[in-house]
Structure formats: C-alpha cells, structure tokens
Design a protein. Structure first.
Length: 172
C-alpha cells in the first residue's frame, strides 16, 4: 500500500524538509519506497536548483516523486526533462471536461502519449463518471482517482476492505 502526501511550496522551502520526512519515516516505520511525495510546479518556481537537489535527495532515499496538477502550470515540459518523476497526475480540470470539451480530451491524450513515451506512469484525478473512466481506460491511463473509484473515508474502513488489521497508537 502506498501513502501519498501533497507538499506545498511553503513546506518545501521552510526548514529541513528532508530531515523532517526522514524522521517521520523512522517514527512511523513506513518504508521510504511506500511514500509518494506529490508536488506542484509551484515547488520548483523560485529556487529551481535547490528544489531539484532536494527532490534528488528524497528520491535517493527511495521516496517516489509525483508531479501533481500536471498541465496547469507554465513549464511542465521543462520540469519533466530536468527531473525523473515517478508519476504524473493529470489535473482534474481536464478530466471533468472530457465529455463536454473536445480540447480537453485531446490534451489528456497528448499528456498520456508524452508520459508513455517517457515511460512515466499517469494517474488521472477527479474521475467521476463511467464515461470518463472508459475514455481513460481506452487511452491506457494507468491509474484513476476520484469519486467513481472511491470516496474519502477513514483509513480503518479502507483497511477493513483489504483485510488488514491496524494497530492504533495512543499518545499521552
């Protein structure tokens, strides 16, 4: 089971993020390869070199790095060239317009084609209809996320579905 965590540009720039993540991994016992850090292009704007170096160090720990909200920023393609992302997440704004706007469908196809050429898995955000799911399946989208697939819920309920027992930690 993977754990995905969104990082904001503020978290990325404040303090020693690498040390904080490493400490959390030690405290929770989570294997670094099970952690996926999701960043937006906003993380890379500003001090690009520093951000890139931090991403490389996190990746060296075994942490997976995903580009979130792909297609909504200014320089997505140059970021794909500069850093080996483990996953691209297509922004929900493109998915929600698949049925109504032919341009959205073409953008999603183009992103999937580019990602497949670069051998980067893709997850489509905001999948809410069967028609969206069918379109993405026809276009070989690797993963889908949204209300059609599953609504947010307590982790205990999810773990019950997959028959995994969870031990609750009590803090004093």
């Amino acid at each position: 089971m993977q754990v995905a965590v969104d990082l904001s540009p503020v978290q990325f720039q404040a303090g020693d993020l690498e040390r904080s993540i490493h400490q959390i991994l030690l405290e929770t016992g989570l294997t670094p390869t099970r952690l996926e850090v999701e960043i937006t292009e906003g993380v890379l704007i500003g001090d690009f070199t520093r951000a890139l170096n931090l991403l490389r160090r996190l990746k060296a720990l075994g942490i997976r790095i995903a580009m979130d909200d792909f297609g909504t920023g200014y320089s997505s393609l140059s970021y794909l060239q500069s850093f080996p992302f483990d996953k691209i997440k297509i922004d929900r704004s493109f998915i929600s317009n698949l049925e109504a706007t032919p341009k959205s469908a073409e953008i999603v196809r183009a992103v999937l084609s580019l990602a497949h050429a670069l051998k980067i898995p893709v997850i489509a955000e905001g999948v809410e209809t069967e028609a969206q799911r069918a379109f993405l399946a026809r276009e070989a989208c690797e993963e889908m996320q949204g209300y059609l697939v599953g609504r947010p819920d307590l982790i205990e309920r999810y773990l019950d579905l997959v028959s995994v027992a969870v031990e609750r930690r009590l803090s004093a």
